[in-house]
Design a protein around this ligand. Structure first.
Ligand SMILES: NC(=O)c1ccc[n+]([C@@H]2O[C@H](COP(=O)([O-])OP(=O)(O)OC[C@H]3O[C@@H](n4cnc5c(N)ncnc54)[C@H](O)[C@@H]3O)[C@@H](O)[C@H]2O)c1
Length: 419
């Protein structure tokens, strides 16, 4: 990709907008496309519609330099990067409708010779499906030049950046690029090399799709092991954090930390794409998902046991985010637990402590018995203290939390083993 190249990025969310901005700040002309008019307007003002450190500086700079702008519809370009959502639907089946819609929308802009990259986390075969949707719209094009029809170059390049460090990790992480053809992979490598200083590793599209999914399934399976240990240890009267710490002294053992469940929209979602691809054989991966998904219910049961003797219990719930030090509540087990408690224990007062948000999410606000409460007030009023997230801001209150009665510590916060 030369300096005169134009790249269209379809989907300006947590992944697409940083990718657009980093390309644009490396002198590539970038047109961002989004179906949400507020996002388009915000980007054109040089604003960022969500929180991500340093992104605002990149976007504002690129818009001012004229290398980045946003529109509602794609236009002709040398390369297209598709970064739209891939949630699941129904019984954990991947929902590819956003990719299909993006593919059909960009198809009229093609003339042949372009590179089309799918960045969305995708089940095996999704990149080939995207290519087929484009070719359905454009039978005059091909993937290999067959019949003299101009060829499109289609690749998958999954994203593995960590929210909160996206602008750093886009540059430093290694990338996997899988082409439907080797030429497509080479072209995609050239594009990513404009900003990526990590290694760029080439493979085929299905292997690249699976690589992203197995990274998250690996985490999920290992967390499920820790979560299962936590439940067994509780029954046996063993402190699971001490158990894990001791076992990890073995030179080849590294057990992860248990918690209240698994959240976020990657680890809690992506393994299902593998299960869906081979339901008959994905025993371990499915079971791990189920073990992790059952953990919030187990925590609610602990709360039920603890408050059974209390007439009007006051429960301090520390943390709602899906992990420490972020404001992201998506697929958060903490949020699920607090919602279940509010629903099931209508006689309880629930004091939700989440320093990273300024108002309760709707699904909690609609319960009259939940209040967003500063930590000191919650701790002094509570007769049950439920630790759901190990935010570093809670560390200042470690002594007060330790002195509370009826503590349910799902994170090992008080044993100092959290992390
Ligand atoms: N956020 C992460 O940390 C992360 C990390 C790795 C991979 N991913 C993957 O990246 C993909 C995108 O995730 P995200 O977090 O950026 O999602 P997001 O919801 O933040 O952003 C998606 C954007 O796409 C837009 N959009 C939807 N359909 C469109 C269409 N047809 N045309 C144009 N725009 C469209 C939406 O309006 C939205 O702005 C997903 O597959 C996700 O699994 C995300």
């Amino acid at each position: 990709m030369g300096i005169s190249s134009v790249v269209v990025v379809v989907g300006l969310g947590y992944i697409g907008l940083p990718t657009a901005a980093i390309l644009a700040s490396n002198d590539v002309k970038v047109v961002g496309v989004d179906v949400n008019p507020n996002t388009v307007a915000a980007v054109n003002r040089g604003d960022v519609p969500f929180v991500e450190p340093d992104l605002a500086t990149y976007v504002a700079g690129a818009v001012q330099q004229g290398t980045l702008r946003a529109t509602a519809a794609p236009m002709p370009a040398d390369a297209f990067i598709v970064a739209v959502p891939t949630p699941f639907k129904g019984a954990h089946e991947p929902d590819l409708s956003y990719i299909e819609s993006a593919a059909r929308t960009l198809a009229p802009c093609l003339k042949g010779g372009e590179l089309v990259i799918l960045e969305s986390t995708s089940p095996p075969g999704a990149t080939a499906k995207m290519a087929n949707w484009i070719l359905e719209e454009r039978p005059d094009l091909s993937l290999d030049g067959e019949g003299g029809r101009p060829a499109l170059h289609v690749a998958h390049c999954p994203e593995r950046v960590l929210p909160g460090r996206v602008m750093i990790e886009l540059v430093t992480n290694d990338r996997i690029v899988g082409g439907l053809t080797p030429e497509a992979a080479e072209m995609a490598k050239e594009l990513y090399a404009t900003f990526c200083q990590g290694e760029i590793l080439l493979t085929d599209a299905v292997t690249a799709e699976m690589a992203k999914l197995v990274e998250n399934a690996f985490r999920d399976v290992n967390i499920a092991f820790a979560n299962e240990l936590s439940v067994i240890s509780d029954r046996l009267g063993v402190d699971v954090w001490e158990l894990v710490r001791l076992a990890n002294h073995h030179p080849r053992v590294n057990i992860l930390q248990p918690g209240p469940g698994v959240g976020g929209h990657c680890i809690a979602v992506d393994p299902w794409f593998i299960v869906d691809a081979d339901p008959e054989q994905a025993h371990l991966i499915r079971t791990a998902r189920q073990v992790n998904d059952r953990k919030p219910e187990w925590v609610v049961n602990r709360v039920r046991d603890t408050i059974s003797e209390l007439e009007r219990p006051v429960i301090a719930a520390l943390g709602l985010a899906f992990k420490a030090d972020i404001d992201d509540l998506r697929e958060s087990p903490a949020l699920e637990i607090v919602t279940q408690i509010a629903e099931e224990f209508g006689h309880a007062r629930v004091l939700a402590v989440e320093p990273h948000i300024s108002e309760l999410p709707l699904r909690l606000a609609e319960h009259g018995n939940v209040e967003l409460t500063p930590i000191d007030q919650a701790l002094s009023a509570a007769d049950v203290t439920l630790i759901l997230v190990d935010h570093s801001r809670f560390s200042d209150f470690r002594d007060d939390i330790g002195n509370a009665v009826n503590i349910i510590d799902t994170r090992g916060f008080l044993t100092g083993q959290a992390g």
